[in-house]
Design a binder for this molecule. Structure first.
Ligand SMILES: [Zn+2]
Length: 262
């Protein structure tokens, strides 16, 4: 029985170890993530409840709620894809659980950001053998220049695009390193807003993923509690997907992206 990895600080190295062996088999295969047991990462229920940290509105204004709704709507174009149900009054208890990598969450970190220079990260707990997502937490880095309304000349990064990208991770997608047109491309440029809108490759990826899993035939109650589902899988892995800002800082992912662009 494999160890449960529960420390997010291991996430980055674990991510590369888990997914390094994947060779894209088709145009959007790279959007999909596989566990070390070669299982496709996915939800097994039609609705994903995502509690929203009220602190997001304190920092970015109440417009953040519309931006979140728009981001969720962007992914709601196909009935076969699980719906992200935003719960706008995330509690202190849910925030604390999220910090412990338990429960779903979208929140903000205002100081002591632990993930280098990323704009945002999504931490996911996945059944290694089944590929089933157990929980996912999105964290926005308030220490980086993110804004809801940016222009081409703006020095800010587009928070709306960042939210859309991270919700793609919530649904189970990975980084689309070879698809610079995609929302799931893992770097952002200042003032650029195109990642608010899904590319055809994003849509195909999530549609093709959930065509493999009939989530609409599962009732919410069948999805049961995380504990029930955890009992069906012996090994879990916690992985982290992170969003990089183009032209800022260094990481293995950014260096890789730059090489590919040349
Ligand atoms: Zn990402």
């Amino acid at each position: 029985m494999r160890l449960v990895v529960s420390r997010v600080c291991l996430g980055l190295s674990l991510l590369s170890a888990l997914f390094a062996a994947i060779v894209p088999a088709s145009a959007n295969a790279e959007f999909m993530r596989r566990t070390s047991e070669d299982a496709l990462v996915h939800w097994d229920k039609p609705t994903i409840r995502l509690p929203v940290d009220p602190r997001l509105a304190e920092i970015y204004g109440p417009e953040i709620y519309d931006a979140l709704a728009d981001a969720a709507d962007a992914w709601a174009f196909d009935a076969q894809v699980p719906r992200i149900e935003l719960a706008y009054e995330g509690s202190d208890e849910e925030r604390a659980a999220a910090a412990d990598e338990k429960g779903n969450w979208i929140g903000v970190i205002t100081e002591g950001w632990p993930y280098g220079d990323q704009l945002a990260v999504t931490v996911s707990t996945i059944g290694a053998q089944s590929g089933r997502l157990v929980s996912t937490q999105v964290w926005i880095n308030a220490q980086r220049p993110l804004a809801l309304d940016v222009t081409a000349q703006d020095k800010h990064y587009d928070l709306r695009g960042v939210l859309t990208h991270e919700l793609g991770h919530v649904l189970g997608l990975g980084e689309a390193d070879h698809a610079p047109e995609a929302t799931m491309f893992p770097t952002f440029r200042r003032g650029e807003t195109r990642q608010r809108t899904l590319a055809t490759s994003d849509e195909l990826a999530v549609t093709n993923l959930y065509a493999l899993f009939d989530v609409q035939f599962l009732s919410t109650s069948c999805a049961a509690s995380p504990n029930t589902r955890m009992s069906g899988s012996r090994a879990f892995a916690v992985v982290m997907t992170s969003l990089m800002a183009s032209g800022y800082g260094r990481s293995w992912r950014r260096r890789k992206t730059r090489r590919q662009r040349r």
